[in-house]
Design a protein around this ligand. Structure first.
Ligand SMILES: [Zn+2]
Ligand SMILES: [Zn+2]
Length: 174
């Protein structure tokens, strides 16, 4: 595996880019869960962690739930290891592939009055790093994404499995 260097670098960064392999793009907990369960989960996390961004600590709303996944590149398993509220900018950096590298995302970003530079500046501020480090990290994230997108992944929803049952059932029947 060639990701040893990246892993060391990524551990140092508080805010990282996480690109979900294209082969499992539409299989997130958010999409598989009922809206009412999602709202209940949001309330549970507000109660536990307060109304703040899990990564940068910002108390400025809106907050969006982000799914933190880990990848076992040998066994090809994607595991859901946590769900936390993020501020808008941290969440956009996580999904920068959408916001800055698709036409739909770029359009939406502009409509919100934001630019790619705002996301880069936020990344550098939260991580206390240079723009050069941002570009290096982004490149690396895309390399890993390309590699992982060649494969199918088994998904493990870990302790969040209990939220899925209903919808999974429905999915099987259709
Ligand atoms: Zn944040
Ligand atoms: Zn997210």
């Amino acid at each position: 595996m060639g990701w040893a260097i990246d892993v060391a670098n990524t551990k140092r960064l508080k805010l990282t880019i996480e690109l979900v392999p294209s082969t499992i793009w539409f299989s997130s907990l958010y999409r598989l869960m009922s809206k009412s369960n999602w709202r209940a989960l949001k309330e549970e996390i507000y109660e536990k962690e307060g109304k703040r961004c899990y990564i940068c600590g910002s108390t400025r709303p809106p907050f969006e739930l982000h799914e933190f996944w880990e990848y076992d590149d040998e066994a090809r398993v994607q595991k859901l290891v946590g769900i936390h509220h993020l501020c808008r900018l941290c969440h956009m950096v996580k999904h920068i592939g959408f916001w800055c590298h698709t036409s739909n995302g770029r359009e939406k970003l502009e409509k919100l009055g934001l630019s790619r530079n705002d996301l880069i500046a936020h990344f550098c501020r939260v991580n206390g790093c240079s723009e050069k480090e941002f570009f290096r990290h982004e490149d690396e994230a895309f390399k890993i994404w390309e590699w992982r997108s060649k494969y199918d992944w088994r998904q493990d929803f870990g302790k969040y499995e209990r939220f899925l049952t209903l919808k999974k059932h429905r999915r099987k029947r259709s």
